[in-house]
Design a protein around this ligand. Structure first.
Ligand code: GDP
Ligand code: IMO
Ligand code: MG
Length: 433
């Protein structure tokens, strides 16, 4: 079977975790290929008639499916303390986590990078990015600067010490001289990292090879993005982005699966827009409508608890996601949240200083100046959370989805009508042609 890529179309928190979980039993491997514990995926599962909520940060969402092997790919940055905390938390709730594989080439978030993320943000003041403070940016910076610590380094103490010494020789200068912080001891870092080595050892694998063999055996591999298209370091609203490639291209570099193996790209699009942290957001609502979306959609960060900024759906962004990722199928989530609105504005283009833009402006300043041009669609009042087929949706809800489909340029194959695993309308298989 070919590989399937699943990405976020907007600024994150579109419901990628739920979509991945939904496909769980049809998929043999779920690979996280970018990001780290900056991600937060909430999955709601019905168990013995009760709703159980799981919040995953570092682990791929496939971990909740017993038949699925979860994989942390080489493109991920791993905070080992968080990894084991999350595994322990799931084990305590009866989830079998023994199948987890971790790439030997994944980078480790060293303790000094957590500190640096936080102090850098504080230092930036009003120019801050609004990061999650998990050490993501400094760890990817080390990777590119070739100063990083990788999973495989934990199993060669001599090499690990050399790398930690080299990193700290430089980082301690920055911590002490620029940020006036205490220098970090080499032994402190060594003790922390080595303390995890033996527990990690059985999970470590050449994951690219494992995945190639799986594909050759006809297994289905799902490559699941953290973050989203507009948070991608190359294609997002730079510099207000994360430090990895969250778009479909990143799925290949972050997993070691070549592009010729991928034939399906699923993008998750929330029926409205949200953003956490700083940066431009043309359709943002700072009024009662924004409050309505935040409240009704429970838009508070899974990772940091911050209230998410909310706005109407932006199909310029959706179209851009289709182009950058080569989307074959969209999953539109949280359609239920829009129930009860008289009309629903849909952004179809931008007005940038008097000039209409139908595509994402390439220039950062233009995007900051972009004012949404809206088309108003009629709303609906019926509760749609029990609808399980497209035809059961009220006519106006159907029309809303069909108009989105037209504007974003790829078919909408599934529609979320609630947070639960079964609260979904399926229109086309997500497993590819
Ligand atoms: P992710 O980071 O893309 O995995 O998304 P998050 O988990 O951070 O945020 C999505 C939130 O929306 C979670 O709380 C989900 O339980 C919830 N959710 C997902 N799909 C739907 C849906 O169709 N309707 C509603 N009401 N909630 C949904
Ligand atoms: P999921 O996978 C929403 C945002 C942060 C900040 C910027 C950079 O749940 O969709 P970072 O800590 O990555 O250096 O922060 O990116 N951000 C997210 N926003 N959902 C996420 O993940 C995010 N991961 C990072 O808020 O603006
Ligand atoms: Mg999230």
């Amino acid at each position: 079977m070919p590989a399937i890529v699943l990405v976020g179309a907007q600024w994150g928190d579109e419901g990628k975790g739920k979509a991945t979980d939904l496909m769980g039993s049809d998929v043999d491997y779920v690979v996280k290929f970018n990001g780290g514990n900056n991600a937060g995926h909430t999955i709601v599962i019905e168990k013995d008639g009760k709703r159980e909520k799981y919040a995953l940060h570092l682990l791929p969402s496939g971990i909740l499916t017993p038949t699925c092997t979860p994989v942390i790919g080489n493109g991920v940055v791993v905070d080992l303390a968080v990894l084991f905390e999350e595994l322990d938390g799931l084990e305590a709730r009866g989830v079998d986590t023994s199948r987890l594989l971790v790439s030997a080439n994944a980078h480790i978030i060293a303790p000094y990078n957590r500190v640096l993320d936080k102090v850098t943000e504080r230092f930036l003041g009003s120019r801050k990015i609004g990061t999650t403070g998990r050490g993501i940016g400094p760890t990817y910076a080390d990777k590119m600067a070739r100063n990083g610590i990788r999973v495989q380094d934990l199993f060669d103490e001599k090499i690990l010490r050399q790398k930690v010494e080299a990193a700290l020789a430089y980082k301690n200068q920055i911590l002490a001289k620029i940020y006036n912080r205490r220098a970090v001891e080499v032994d402190e870092v060594m003790d922390e990292l080595l303390g995890y080595a033996e527990r990690l050892r059985p999970m470590v694998a050449d994951t690219s090879l494992v995945l190639e063999q799986a594909l050759n055996e006809g297994k289905t591999v799902l490559l699941e993005a953290g973050q989203a298209t507009l948070l991608d370091v190359d294609h997002g609203t730079y510099p207000f982005v994360t430090s990895s490639n969250a778009t479909a291209g990143g799925a290949c570099t972050g997993s070691g699966i070549p592009p010729t193996r991928v034939n399906t790209v699923i993008a998750i699009l929330k029926a409205y827009s949200t953003r956490v942290g700083e940066g431009p957001f043309p359709t943002e609502l700072e009024d009662a409508n924004g409050e309505f979306l935040r409240k009704t959609g429970a838009e508070f960060g899974t990772t940091t608890g911050r209230p998410r900024r909310c706005g109407w759906v932006d199909t310029v962004v959706g179209r851009y996601a289709t182009r950058i990722n080569g989307v074959t199928d969209f999953v539109v989530t949280k359609l239920d949240v829009l129930t009860g609105l008289e009309t629903i504005p849909v952004c179809i283009a931008y007005d940038v200083d008097g000039v209409r833009h139908d595509e994402m402006p390439v220039n950062q300043t233009d995007f900051h100046h972009a004012k949404p041009i809206y088309e108003e669609l009629p709303g609906w009042w019926e509760d749609i959370s029990t609808c399980r087929s497209f035809e059961e949706l009220p006519a106006n809800a159907q029309a809303y989805v069909l108009r989105l489909e037209e504007l974003i340029g790829a078919r909408v194959s599934a529609i979320g009508v609630g947070p639960g695993r079964d609260e979904i309308i399926s229109r086309h298989s997500l497993l590819g042609a």
